[in-house]
Ligand binder design. Sequence first.
Ligand code: SF4
Length: 363
Amino acid sequence: MITESPLITQLADASTPAASLRHILDLTPSELNDWVVARGWPKFRAGQLQKWLFHRRVTSFEQMSDLPKPMREQLATEFQLFAAEVESHQVASDRTEKLLLKLGNGETTECVLMREPNRVTVCISTQVGCAMGCVFCASGMLGLKRNLSPGEILEQLLRLQTLLGLDERITNIVVMGIGEPLANLPAVLQVLAAASSPEGLGIGARHITVSTVGLPARIREFAHTGKQYNLAISLHAPNNTLRDKLVPVNDKIGVEAILDAADEYFEVTGRRVTFEYVLLAQVNDEPQHAQQLAQLLRGRCAHVNLIPMNGVSLLPYHEPAAPRTQQFVAILEQAGIPASVRKRKGADIDAACGQLRLKHEKS
Ligand code: SF4
């Protein structure tokens, strides 16, 4: 069952953007400090402001009640708190929630909130569209328009946070929405710093996962942040011939270069790398593909996350039958490669990456 939440009106009202103003979430903590001091306010006001932004789930500067009224007015004159509008808010029967956010110029992006008994995971987007062109992905169908700014990415986290009950908090972040995160690495690093710092959302780096199609130089750069973020590599094929077809950007990279960079990521961070593999019926789900994948990952500290294809009506790919998926898992496990099948969340809404945006853009 899909429902439009009553919160949509409240969120939309709170988010009417004043296009010429800066996004306050684009500022780093030190830029926020500088602004406070430059306007003649004591430094501690910057700390209060941070708390309101990240911890108190407000939707306007006016609600920041322990800041002096003139300061709140200055903030509202110079900044936007939320720059996007909620175009659509879907709630699935498993309480997965998805927002389609309308940015300036009518562009849109998506973010998702997923609830499990002991965790609340949010999935965020990093670009408007995507240039990688994976053939099974709705997000790449319309190409890349631009990178999202740090503020536009952080806004997704904070908007999703406003959907939570008072007894709930975000425990995990997956950067797996629309776009290739490592193609927008400076913005992503600023967002993750805010998400993982105690003054920000306070989510431990080990609870944050960045998913990439596999850009070796950027993986190496990401390895050297000094943080233990998790890395997930969207492999989807066990050889270059097949991967070139499914992930076209692969013909300029190659599986070997990606695995070398993944090895370095593990060596530097000590974090086991996850390899994601979308299972497409009769395309990459043959037993021989599982055997090749096992061969590729043998001896590596790796985990395979199998994702049965989530139907996108415009694409000619399908989910394999359950026994076929189980056979794939069994082959990997027999070869000593840990593997799991991703549980589908929000099956009754357009929760697969880019589906809601695609539907909106097409209409
Ligand atoms: S799967 Fe990811 S990298 Fe590939 S086109 Fe979609 S959003 Fe881009």
